[in-house]
Unconditional design. Structure first.
Length: 641
C-alpha cells in the first residue's frame, strides 16, 4: 500500500502530535511532514507532492489564508483542510470560497478522520475523472486529426433525419465548402438534381440501415455546382443498445481515375480503329499488285497493257513503302528517338523540294499550285530533310482533301522573328469539332471517305512533332466543311550570322539565290500543269523561265528568249520533240544551246533516238528536281562542278 503524504502546518507541537495520533489511528498509512511557519511550509510544497494539506488558521507571523493561497498556486489539486481553534462562521465560509476543501475545529477532532477520508476520496475521484476526460479529449483530438488528414475523402456523419452532423476537412476540400457550412444541411445538396428527384439520398441511407452498409459510384455536386465522379460508402451508426443514431458517409473523388479509364478506353478504341484501317490501307495496294501481277502473266498481253501493269505495281509498292515509312517514323517520333541534323538552310529551297516531291500528285489531281515566297530572306536553323517532310505532308494533305482541279497556295514570309509558312487549300475543309484533333495520332475526320489516297492518320502527328522539335508551332484553321483549310507553321528565323569584321554583304534576293543568276530556260511541255509546276520551281531557284506548249511555240520562244537551256518533252502534239530538237540545232543563233529531253520513255532505244536528234541529255519522268538542278548548274556554271 502506498503511503499517504500529508503536509501539516501547525505551530503547536502538542496539537500536531494530537492530530497525528488521531489520524494515524484511523489511517496508519499517513506520513506526516510538519511545517511550523512560512519558510518550511513553502520549502515543503516546493520539494514534493502531497496528497493532503492540513493547516492551522492562526499562526504567528503567517496566516492561514496566505497558506491556502500558496497551496492553491503550488499544489492546486491537493485537498486543503483547516484544522483550527475557533473559526468564526464568516471566516470559515471565506476559506471555502478561497478553495479550502473543508475545516475541522480542534475541539471537534472526532470529525477530522472522516473529513480527511472524504477529502482524499474526492481528490482521487477528481484526478481519475480528469484523467478520463483528458484521455477522451486526446482520443477525440486524434480522431479529428485522422479524419482531417484524409484530404481526398469526404467523411460525413449524418443524423437519422438525413442532415449532415459533422464534416471532415476532406469533406470541405472534396465538396468545395468552407468549414462549418455543411453542418445542418440535408445530404440532398450533394446529389445531382436527377438523383435527388429519384429519391437516391434517402434510399441510400435506408438501404445502408437495412443491410449494414451500402456503396456505389455516381456523380456528386460541389458547392459551385460542378460535378465530380465519386465513390461513396454509407454505414449506419448504432449505439450500444442497437438504436440507430445516424450514418457515416465517406465519398472519394474518383474523377481522375474515371478520366484515366476513359482515356484508356478511347486509346483502345482508337487502336482498334487504327488496326482496321491499317488492314484496309494495306489490302488496297496489295490487291492492286495481285491483279497487276496476274494480268502481266497473261500470255500474249499487248505491250501497253503490260507496261501499265508494271506501272501499277511500282506505284503501289511505292505507296506501301510510304505507309511503312510513316509507321516507323511515328513510332520513332513518339518514342522521341528522332534526332535532327540541323543546318542553316534557306526555307525557299526546302519548300521548292517539297513542291517537287508532290508535283506528280498535284498533276494527277489537276490542282493549281500558287506559290508566294516573297522577297524576304528565309533562313532557318533546321534539318532540311525533316522540314521538307513537314511541308510535303501538308501539301499532300491539301491535295488529298481537295476535289480534283482545286487550288492550293503555299506562301512563306518573315513576321518579326518568325518565318510563317501557310498551306491553304479550297478543299473539303475541317469541321470545328475536329479542328483541335487533326494533330492527334490516328485522328481522321471521315473514315468512310473514299480513301484511294488514304493515309493512316499519322502524317499531321509527325508534322507537329517535327515542327515542335524545331521550336516552332503548327496550327490549322478552317471555316468548316467545303470551305477549305489553312495550315500555318511558324518557325524561328535563324539569327543573323556572327558579325564579321567586314560589313555584311546584303542578303541575296530571290533571283540571286541560284548559283548562276539570270540563266534562261525554255520549258516545252504540252501538259500545262507539268510545265507550270516545273517553271515555278525553276523560278524559285533563280532561273529566268519561258514556257511553250507545242513545237511552234518552242521555236518562236527560243528565238526571242535566246535560252541557254531547253527542257523539251518528246510527246508533243503535231511536231514531236525529236523534230523540235533537230530544228533548234539548225538555228544559227542557238549554237551553245543545251537541249535536255524530259520524257516518259526511258528505254535504250528512246535514249539513242534522242541523242541522234541532237539532245544533250535524256531524263526520264518523274525527274528528281535536285538531279535536274545539279545538271542545270553544271551546264550553266561549269566552274561550280
Ligand atoms: P491522313 O493519313 O489521314 O491524311 P493526317 O494525320 O495527315 O492523316 O491527317 C489527319 C486528318 O486530318 C485527315 O484524315 C483529314 O481528315 C484531316 N486533314 C488533314 N489535312 C486536311 C486538309 N488540308 N483538309 C481537310 N482535312 C484535312
Amino acid at each position: 500500500m502506498n503511503p499517504i503524504h500529508v503536509l501539516h502546518l501547525e505551530d503547536s507541537s502538542l496539537d500536531a502530535e494530537l492530530i497525528t495520533k488521531r489520524l494515524q489511528r484511523d489511517e496508519p498509512r499517513l506520513e506526516m511532514t510538519r511545517a511550523v511557519g512560512h519558510d518550511d511550509y513553502r520549502g515543503a510544497l516546493d520539494s514534493r507532492r502531497f496528497d493532503l494539506i492540513l493547516a492551522d488558521y492562526s499562526l504567528p507571523g503567517f496566516d492561514g489564508l496566505s497558506a491556502l493561497k500558496m497551496a492553491r498556486e503550488l499544489a492546486p489539486d491537493t485537498p486543503f483542510l483547516f484544522v483550527s481553534g475557533v473559526l468564526g462562521e464568516e471566516v470559515a465560509i471565506e476559506t471555502l470560497k478561497q478553495g479550502a476543501t473543508d475545516y475541522v475545529l480542534k475541539h471537534r477532532l472526532d470529525r477530522l478522520a472522516p473529513a480527511v477520508r472524504r477529502a482524499l476520496t474526492e481528490a482521487r475521484e477528481r484526478v481519475d475523472r480528469r484523467k478520463a476526460e483528458s484521455a477522451l479529449h486526446e482520443r477525440e483530438r486524434m480522431h479529428r486529426l485522422t479524419l482531417d488528414s484524409v484530404k481526398d475523402y469526404a467523411i460525413l456523419t449524418i443524423d437519422p433525419a438525413g442532415q449532415i452532423a459533422t464534416a471532415s476537412a476532406g469533406a470541405c476540400n472534396v465538396l468545395g465548402y468552407r468549414e462549418g457550412e455543411l453542418i445542418g444541411r440535408p445530404t440532398r445538396i450533394l446529389f445531382t438534381p436527377e438523383d435527388d428527384r429519384a429519391g437516391i439520398p434517402r434510399r441510400e441511407l435506408t438501404r445502408a440501415g437495412a443491410r449494414g452498409s451500402g456503396d456505389d459510384e455516381r456523380w456528386y455536386v460541389r458547392k459551385d455546382g460542378s460535378h465530380f465522379w465519386g465513390s461513396g460508402l454509407v454505414t449506419p451508426l448504432l449505439d450500444e443498445g442497437g438504436q440507430l443514431r445516424g450514418y457515416t458517409k465517406v465519398v472519394r473523388d474518383m474523377s481522375e481515375r474515371k478520366r484515366t479509364e476513359e482515356a484508356f478506353l478511347e486509346a483502345d478504341r482508337r487502336k482498334d480503329e487504327f488496326l482496321a484501317m491499317l488492314a484496309h490501307e494495306l489490302r488496297n495496294p496489295l490487291s492492286a499488285i495481285t491483279n497487276a501481277a496476274r494480268l502481266s502473266r497473261q500470255p500474249g498481253l499487248p505491250d501497253d497493257q503490260a507496261e501499265r501493269a508494271r506501272g501499277v505495281i511500282s506505284n503501289q509498292v511505292k505507296h506501301l513503302s510510304r505507309l511503312v515509312d510513316d509507321l516507323l517514323d511515328v513510332s520513332r517520333i513518339t518514342l522521341r528517338k528522332v534526332r535532327l541534323r540541323p543546318d542553316r538552310v534557306d526555307l525557299a529551297t526546302i519548300l521548292a523540294r517539297a513542291v517537287e516531291t508532290t508535283s506528280a500528285f498535284f498533276e494527277e489531281r489537276r490542282h493549281a499550285l500558287g506559290l508566294d515566297l516573297g522577297f524576304d530572306a528565309l533562313m532557318v536553323e533546321g534539318d532540311p530533310t525533316r522540314l521538307e517532310q513537314v511541308f510535303a505532308n501538308l501539301l499532300t494533305n491539301a491535295g488529298k482533301y481537295t476535289e480534283p482541279g482545286g487550288r492550293v497556295d503555299l506562301s512563306a514570309a518573315r513576321e518579326g522573328d518568325s518565318l510563317v509558312i501557310r498551306v491553304r487549300d479550297n478543299g473539303i475543309g475541317i469541321g470545328p469539332e475536329m479542328l483541335a484533333k487533326v494533330f492527334d495520332l490516328f485522328a481522321q475526320v471521315d473514315r468512310s471517305l473514299d480513301r484511294s489516297q488514304g493515309g493512316l492518320g499519322i502524317g499531321l502527328t509527325i508534322a507537329r512533332r517535327l515542327v515542335e522539335m524545331h521550336g516552332g508551332t503548327i496550327e490549322v484553321s478552317s471555316e468548316g466543311n467545303a470551305r477549305g483549310s489553312v495550315f500555318t507553321v511558324r518557325l524561328p528565323a535563324a539569327k543573323a550570322s556572327a558579325p564579321s569584321a567586314e560589313p555584311p554583304s546584303p542578303l541575296p534576293t530571290r533571283s540571286e539565290r541560284s548559283i548562276r543568276p539570270g540563266c534562261r530556260i525554255l520549258i516545252v511541255d504540252d501538259n500545262q500543269d507539268s510545265a507550270g509546276m516545273l517553271a515555278e520551281l525553276l523560278k524559285l531557284s533563280g532561273f529566268e523561265v519561258l514556257k511553250a506548249h507545242d513545237g511552234r511555240e518552242a521555236i518562236a520562244g527560243a528565238r526571242t528568249l535566246q535560252p541557254e537551256i531547253v527542257l523539251l518533252d518528246i510527246g508533243l502534239p503535231g511536231m514531236d520533240g525529236y523534230q523540235v530538237a533537230a530544228h533548234l540545232r539548225g538555228e544559227a543563233g542557238l549554237k551553245d544551246l543545251t537541249i535536255i529531253a524530259i520524257t516518259g520513255y526511258g528505254e535504250e532505244q528512246a535514249q539513242r533516238r534522242s541523242r541522234e536528234a541532237g539532245f544533250d541529255f535524256h531524263l526520264v519522268k518523274p525527274v528528281n528536281y535536285d538531279d535536274l538542278l545539279e545538271l542545270l548548274n553544271s551546264r550553266t556554271n561549269p566552274a561550280a562542278v
